[in-house]
Design a protein around this ligand. Structure first.
Ligand SMILES: *Cc1c(COP(=O)(O)O)cnc(C)c1O
Length: 369
């Protein structure tokens, strides 16, 4: 038996010779950061690829979240999901904002619009949903609530690179959307991220905020941070953009294989593609009903590990379970029944562009008894 460890993901890497060529260009120019040629080219190329009007690229995917809240001057309380990577809520904390957790819709994994209104108080200024696993939230309903109460909407779209609904980028939803280009994501620049915005004025504001607040050589208009992307990673990102479609298609085929093999397994559920949505297959979560499957989620998780198959329990524990946030009234599990149930039943199966048929069969064998 082949015992090679199968990791949950594998970074999409550009061709090393091509990358070297671009490195030569950077070395020759001696322009290594601060809105250089590759930085500009990557922003342009991403706008075209993602079909969005404006984008500002960042040094990672967490600073865009923090900067989005700054740019929209969000304060007080923000309604958000506990079912995400911890950076979503940390961004609120770094702005001195109180997170208010509301429950998720089990059909999308994102915030349940029907639970949002009851969480609004006079201090609420924004909603921060997550398109978890790249599955679009119920954006129209969320926007209707935001409009009714005059709230901003910032989407953590770290998982939603390239996701479209009826031919439109999901990144155009809300006031701002954030992306992560971390090595573990569908599209990566090693570390990196971005903010997607609707107009040039907001782009200018955000470009300043990511560069200490500088507006020209001698003027500083806001207490900005330094979160610029350098030329090396922008060049890397340009090369990776050329192969991301092929990587997404390879992931799609992995999803097709998983679904075919697991559809009739008692006690295992998963999502199918949503009609009209271009998915990016960033993750393949399965949910285990212990009674029907005959094994708990953790028993299956550790059994897979013993066989060298490293799934991940994304997103367990819930963000609301971490010590920083556990004391908040909204963090109580009674307030978050669906999120709690999902967190306790999920395993994300290995999902990346290099999984072989043999890998996939080994993973399926471990699950199908
Ligand atoms: C990866 C991720 C982030 C943070 O991105 P980094 O690039 O790692 O800083 C934020 N939110 C979600 C949902 C993520 O998965």
């Amino acid at each position: 038996m082949n015992n090679k460890t199968i990791l949950v993901t594998s970074p999409l890497l550009p061709d090393l010779d091509e990358f070297n060529q671009l490195l030569h260009e950077i070395w020759d120019s001696k322009w290594v950061t601060n809105n250089g040629t590759f930085h500009k080219q990557l922003e342009q190329a991403l706008c075209e690829y993602l079909k969005v009007p404006y984008i500002s690229i960042f040094t990672n995917g967490t600073l865009p979240l923090i900067t989005a809240l700054q740019a929209l001057r969000v304060t007080g309380e923000v309604i958000t999901t506990p079912y995400s990577f911890v950076a979503t809520t940390h961004a609120l904390w770094w702005n001195g904002i109180r997170p208010v957790f509301t429950d998720i819709d089990p059909a999308t994994g994102g915030l349940d619009p029907e639970r949002i209104e009851e969480a609004i108080t006079p201090r609420t200024t924004a909603i921060m949903p997550v398109h978890v696993y790249g599955k679009p939230c119920r954006t129209a309903e969320i926007q209707a609530i935001a409009d009714k109460y005059g709230l901003k909407v910032i989407y953590d779209a770290a998982h939603a690179f390239g996701v479209e609904v009826n031919g439109e980028s999901v990144l155009k939803e809300g006031d701002l959307s954030t992306l992560s280009f971390h090595a573990t994501k569908v599209y990566n620049t090693l570390e990196g991220g971005a903010l997607v915005m609707h107009d040039e004025k907001m782009k200018q504001r955000i470009d300043r905020l990511k560069n200490f607040g500088f507006a020209g050589e001698t003027e500083v208009v806001a207490p900005g941070i330094n979160s610029k992307m350098d030329e090396v990673r922008a060049a890397y990102g340009l090369l990776n953009l050329r192969q991301v479609d092929a990587a997404i298609e390879a992931r799609h085929q992995v999803a097709v294989s998983y679904r075919a093999a697991l559809r009739d397994v008692e006690g295992i559920t998963f999502w199918d593609d949503m009609p009209g949505v271009r998915h990016n297959y960033s993750y393949f979560p399965i949910f285990i009903d212990a009674d029907r499957y005959g094994m708990t989620r953790d028993e299956l998780y550790f059994k897979m590990r013993e066989q060298g198959i490293l799934g991940r329990r994304y997103f367990y524990p819930l963000i609301s379970e971490f010590s920083t946030y556990r004391g908040l009234p909204s963090a109580h599990p009674d307030n978050l029944p669906q999120a709690t149930r999902m967190a306790n039943s999920v395993i994300c199966l290995p999902m990346h562009h290099e999984l072989t048929e043999a890998d996939i069969n080994r993973i399926i064998q471990a699950i199908v008894k």
